[in-house]
Design a binder for this molecule. Structure first.
Ligand code: 1PR
Length: 547
């Protein structure tokens, strides 16, 4: 088997990259010290998290001269995400830390005045009609980043670079860049489905470096580079997973969080096997797959958590982002050892997860945040994981419940006027946060929670709604609008999806960044593809699965 060398210097989901490379028929060899770098023929530098953190680690371990030498010798080099950013002179994210300086430009933060930041989702890598590592104009690629290299037409091209761009809001940024033996992508090719595997293959076989920058055959690719927002509407499939009464790990689905059958025996609903269902949703075009381990208590050692195996198996065949939630908090293992939330997250990332989702622990941390006068001490699970893996890797899953009140000043909580009055005709409501899968309601409203977790470093909100869960009656648009108005980070609308029109409604009537469905997919009422076809028919931009 031909070999490619991967530089192992940061934490993060490297497993997916290894899986992608192995799927393409290559073997991965690890570079674990600068002395190993010269043995690499083809070298890949992956990277997640902070620019400064990654570059400092590379610099302290003395990797930078070895990488420079590899590149100067004309050997193939590929950088991914922060691995691309490392090629620049520096980044606004950590101004005091220099990059390799091979590309004469620096990275700046996305403007969050008119859009959510980080930029998360599937966007273009538009080569402007040039040949570049098999990137295609009709394909979409998975991005997740807060800092970007702004694109200025012709500038880098004049210095011999070939550039592919994406546009988010009004900002056009560098999605991929190549010159000679160097290729780097801001997007994650290992998470970009078949389109991503194709561009990794072009690097591995060396075909990508050939004809680089040549004009594509006429009609082959759109020659224009009109700055047009290319971010697609993200559709996520969610699998609530738990052990049933027979001890099998199954996908289940509740009605307002009750996952037991209505009959006398009250069995846990069994809708299928997690790994198989995740693959089915990937092949139907799901942009992400989320697993929520809804009974996150455990009686087995942490290392044997069944969800770790689910992730390992899923990441072999599913090349889109995987999120895992449930039980991510400081805990004590079965042998009495203390285990931090960061340790648990690390195990999940190493098993193939791209993001972890935190529920109950986030509410408790937010309560403490307010009780301490909105001060942060860096010790919450959110802060620790976000510091180590980057904000984009931390999702907070919110489980709110409606509380109806008769008037606008009935409580100190963030009250809205609702079009759906309560049982006693109440025209107002607020959303109370719950923990432990909705079993315990706290004196905290959703606005308080999402603002606190944003301050702690969460990168995204997974916004469930207990009242809507499993009802097939559509998303709670009022809740989504309230939360979207409270934070800058992306929000995933969840709970209530019953048909494709509900997805159109939530995208048209709110500014949600993504929408998630569960029951309607599990019960086979609609496929992800049907949802996407419907959105496309209605003129909304979506990514379709490439076979
Ligand atoms: O608190 O950090 O251990 O995390 C536990 C996680 O498990 C939380 O994210 C919490 O939302 C989830 N959870 C706990 N109990 C349940 C339950 O159903 N009994 N599931 C549960 C939450 C909600 C959504 C669902 C949507 C869409 N599931 O993920 O998939 O509501 O459903 P629909 O489209 O069928 O309406 P921690």
């Amino acid at each position: 088997m031909p070999t490619v060398h991967l530089l192992d210097y940061v934490a993060g989901n490297i497993r997916s990259l290894v899986n992608a490379i192995e799927k393409l028929g290559y073997e991965v060899d690890w570079i674990r010290s600068p002395e190993d770098v010269p043995k690499a023929e083809k070298l890949i530098l992956p990277g997640v998290g902070h620019f400064g953190h990654c570059l400092t680690q590379l610099s302290q371990a003395n990797y930078l001269p070895a990488i420079r030498k590899h590149i100067d010798e004309g050997k193939p080099f590929m950088g991914i995400c922060v691995g691309l950013q490392a090629l620049f002179e520096g980044s606004e994210e950590d101004p005091e830390v220099p990059g390799l300086g091979l590309i004469p430009s620096s990275l700046t933060r996305f403007d969050d005045q008119d859009k959510s930041v980080p930029h998360i989702g599937w966007n273009d890598a538009n080569t402007g009609g040039k040949v570049m590592y098999d990137l295609r104009p009709d394909s979409k690629y998975y991005y997740v980043h807060t800092y970007k290299s702004p694109y200025s037409k012709g500038e880098l091209e004049a210095k011999g670079w070939t550039v592919a761009t994406g546009t988010y809001g009004k900002e056009t940024f560098i999605g991929a860049i190549a010159k000679g033996n160097i290729y780097a992508t801001q997007f994650h090719p290992e998470k970009s489905g078949v389109a991503g595997l194709r561009t990794i293959r072009a690097f591995l076989t060396g075909s990508g470096a050939q004809n680089l920058g040549a004009d594509l055959p006429s009609g082959g690719m759109a020659a224009s580079r009109e700055p047009k927002d290319g971010l697609t509407r993200r559709v996520i499939a969610c699998l609530d997973v738990r052990t049933n009464d027979q001890g099998d790990l199954v996908v289940t689905k509740g009605d307002q969080y009750d996952v037991r059958e209505k009959g006398a025996d009250r069995n846990v609903r069994n809708l299928g096997k997690p790994v198989e269902m995740a693959k089915k949703y990937y092949e139907s075009g799901a942009d992400e797959v989320t697993f929520l381990n809804i009974t996150s208590f455990r009686d087995c050692p942490l290392a044997d958590l069944p969800m770790l195996e689910v992730l390992r198996q899923t990441s072999l065949t599913v090349f889109v982002p995987l999120t895992i939630g449930g039980g991510i908090r400081d805990t004590v293992d079965t042998d009495g050892t203390k285990v931090s939330a960061l340790d648990i997250a690390t195990m999940y990332f190493k098993s193939g997860a791209d993001k972890v989702s935190i529920g109950s622990d986030a509410v408790l941390a937010a309560e403490e945040y307010y009780s301490l006068g909105k001060k942060l001490f860096g010790n919450t699970a959110i802060e620790q994981i976000s510091r180590a893996y980057g904000r984009q890797a931390v999702v907070v899953s919110v489980d709110p419940k409606r509380v109806y009140v008769p008037k606008l000043d009935a409580t100190r909580h963030a009250i809205i006027k609702t079009d759906f009055p309560g049982p006693k005709g109440e025209a107002f409501c607020w959303y109370a946060c719950t923990i432990k899968g909705g079993r315990e309601t706290r004196d905290m409203d959703v606005v308080e929670l999402v603002q606190a977790v944003e301050a702690m470093g969460a990168g995204e909100i997974l916004l469930n709604c207990i009242d809507k869960d499993g009802t097939n009656s559509g998303f709670d648009l009022e809740l989504i609008r309230q939360v979207k108005g409270a934070v800058k980070i992306p929000v995933i609308a969840s709970s209530g999806a019953g048909n494709p029109a509900h997805f159109e409604e939530v995208f048209e009537k709110t500014t949600t960044d993504a929408a998630l469905g569960a029951g309607m997919f599990h019960r086979g009422e609609y496929t992800v593809k049907q949802v996407k076809d419907y959105l496309q028919e209605k003129g909304l931009l979506v990514r379709q699965f490439e076979g």
